[in-house]
Design a protein around this ligand. Sequence first.
Ligand code: GDP
Length: 304
Amino acid sequence: ETLDKGLEKSKSTFFSKLGKAVAGKSKVDDQVLDDLEEVLVTSDVGVKTTIKIIERIENRVSKDKYLGTDELNHILREEIAALLSETNTGEATDFVLPKDKKPYVLMVVGVNGVGKTTTIGKLAYQFKKKGFKVVLGAADTFRAAAIDQLQVWADRVDVPIVKQEMGSDPASVAYDTLQSAVSQDADIIIIDTAGRLHNKINLMNELTKVKRVMQKVIPDAPHDVLLVLDGSTGQNAFEQAKQFTAATEVTSLAVTKLDGTAKGGVVIGISDQFKVPVKYIGVGEGIEDLQVFNKYEFVDSFFK
Ligand code: GDP
């Protein structure tokens, strides 16, 4: 129900446009395929992934074959879900803490403004609600505001935060955070990092250093590198995904602000093109507005 509400805007445009492209159509002709293609591209699915989806549909149904709308909807649904499955996108369930990975280190990357801090706050809230002991690390030290904002979330969720003054070495903050978390017997550590895309080499060096220093405390850290992308920014989100995946090994994605965009298709394109699963989606500014991404709910909401 929250998913429906959160994705209202996408639903009323992208999703219903998809539905409309096939509604009332009884055969898969060039017109239907062109309409679908246009809806996908204008909804930020991206050209490459759009072509792939269209090809999959063409491979499944013979051209000009008569089909009911329901059947066409069904095929579209299945093909999009299958595409998402290739990267395990939307297959995540609730977080389970692996026994041998305590404390679990979640490193969060992404540029300023995409909703990184908010996503960390929402995650901390969810983890804490499930009974996990969470510690935050403010290793995005470039802007004072980033540290202050994370402190606000730490207070709101009531979890400890490790921070230093602005301009301090991110790796040093990360190191302190891991040490502190280990000594507190914490379950999950969330490290905020790299809020700026200066140049690729700097970004890579900074993230590599943070990882290397964390490994002095916890040898297999980080266990997850979560890239936060703003789903309402289309091409920018694609570009950021490209830069961050080139700079470090990104293991999962959170796509934010899907409540404020008509372009929910970005989830499909990004997970397909970067081969990284979308695990979470942000559907509002509130503390509860972060969802474990479920591809079946997502795809089903296209056609409601
Ligand atoms: P950061 O600079 O990446 O840390 O970004 P913030 O976490 O400070 O978020 C920037 C703005 O986006 C804030 O006003 C947030 O409330 C807002 N925001 C974050 N996530 C979402 C979301 O899923 N939906 C909406 N509508 N707003 C969001």
